[in-house]
Design a protein around this ligand. Sequence first.
Ligand SMILES: Cc1ncc(C[n+]2csc(CCOP(=O)(O)OP(=O)(O)O)c2C)c(N)n1
Length: 562
Amino acid sequence: MAQVTGAEALINTLKAQGVQHIFGLPGTTVVPLLDALAGREDVKYILSLHENSVMSMAEGYARATGGPAFVSIHMIPGTANALGCMYSAQRDGVPLVVLATDQDSRISGRDTFTETSDMVEINNQFTKWSWCVPRAERIPEALNRAFKTAAAQPPGPVYLTMPKNLLAEKIEYGNTALDGQRLSTRLEPDPEQIHNAARYLLSAERPISVAGYGVMTDGALEEMVELAELLAMPVYMEPFHPYLTFPHRHELFFGPYRPNAPVQESADLMFGVGGRLFVEFDYSPTPMIPEGLRLIHMNVDPWEVGKIFPTEVGIVADAKSGLAALIDGVKELMDAGARERIQLRSEHLRERKKEKDASLAQELKNGWDDAPLKQWRMTADLVQEMGEETVLVNESVTASGYFFDYPRQELYFANSCGFLGWGLGAAVGVKLAMPERKVVACVGDGSFVLGMQSLWSSMRYNLPITVVVVNNGTYVAVKGALNLHGGKAAQQPDTLGLGSDLGSPDVDYAKIAEGFGGVGERVEKPEQLRPAIRRALDADRLAVVDVLVDPRETGYGRPRLP
Ligand SMILES: Cc1ncc(C[n+]2csc(CCOP(=O)(O)OP(=O)(O)O)c2C)c(N)n1
């Protein structure tokens, strides 16, 4: 046992947890921690200029490494700015440990400067655990429990707060043994439920599956492909997906789930794995799962299973263990009759897929050479130029639906909850986790401005990213909705832009990059795009490609504005 300060104990515990970086934006309550970090090379402080950037960088880092990231922020001002990403981390199961140091306990509770009454309560709804550390000696215990909890299934954020004076107090600190605290993320399914699910899947005439985010976070992509192939079962992604959960070029892949798509319409069984069934966008009188469609749902979180729609079989398991068991279960029950049915289905699906691809290819020819660019021309050229080794962080909002053909599932990140201003920070965090890879953030112009403080950290820490701005000069997601609302604002072009149009002043995003020390250029014509992306990828520093796109396009499957 050695005498150390609370701050030193905190850093030692972080180190024992494998933490190499503290993502932070400090205030005076963080001073003892900064002091304890001085001269240490083993844990590095990564500064960002807004708590949203701090959190999104930490989130990107945690998503890319698969392990928890640590964040240090200041009191209620830092906490308030961090909440958007807390929500995003909760929704996408991202393990974060967030520490907001607070007022000195000798004066707290007197409405002191930037103090509020209940920091813990604010975070309860977004976190797996929210707690105020009461004593300096309990800092290691609290942190170890926070890391264990954030990483345990289903992963998510944890919030701690503590009076700043705890960090300066002297305590006895000995090394904590951590092996026993790392919980397995595997949760084996109940064999009886697996047997039942296998029976249903084999007897269904036209089963479909929805591969949720757990397929990627549990490392179950191979198993997902194997089961789909074994059963000739078409695979959809969740409509709002933080990861790409099936190979885009696979003949059984049918894109994001949309009620009423042709293959789905005739389905008699849905198998959902590792995701939510479903996150609804808007009220619709037509349910996301048609009545009468039988449902098998597997999720590591019992809350999700049968949450909205009743299931024939509900399975609580992580995607990897659950799918592996199901593959065995299906193989065990497979007979000649089933094999024949599957063979026929496979041929039928191959035809459907060919038709779908052909009609999509036809659709995408529309306006291919137009300037300003069509969203689909922009995404197609971007994917082509990126090749197969580059990471994509996607916050392109209405253009997101046009990433039909992204070749590498494990190199794709998005947030599924719709909290914008996340993409740029996440891209910088991913770059920190994957320094050998080139990283592209594709963001809407509105989203760019919501998250642009992160660009500073890209330059400060030599974490070059390429930013492709989908510049339509408007919040077209909002404008499109106002148009569909069909009220008086939709009657005139000038009122349709109410609250959405960003055009005046016309922001020069390339200059913003230059202001942070990066490089940038604007693209106005389709033929300029690929060379500009190539230059940005080769720049080896922050590079922004500001692409003018058609302001009337409102996203895949959505009507063009008048
Ligand atoms: C932090 C935050 N504020 C507001 C919204 C509401 N919102 C949803 S889409 C959108 C427009 C985004 O604009 P842009 O990034 O340019 O994408 P576009 O809609 O033009 O495709 C807004 C403001 C949100 N999702 N997140």
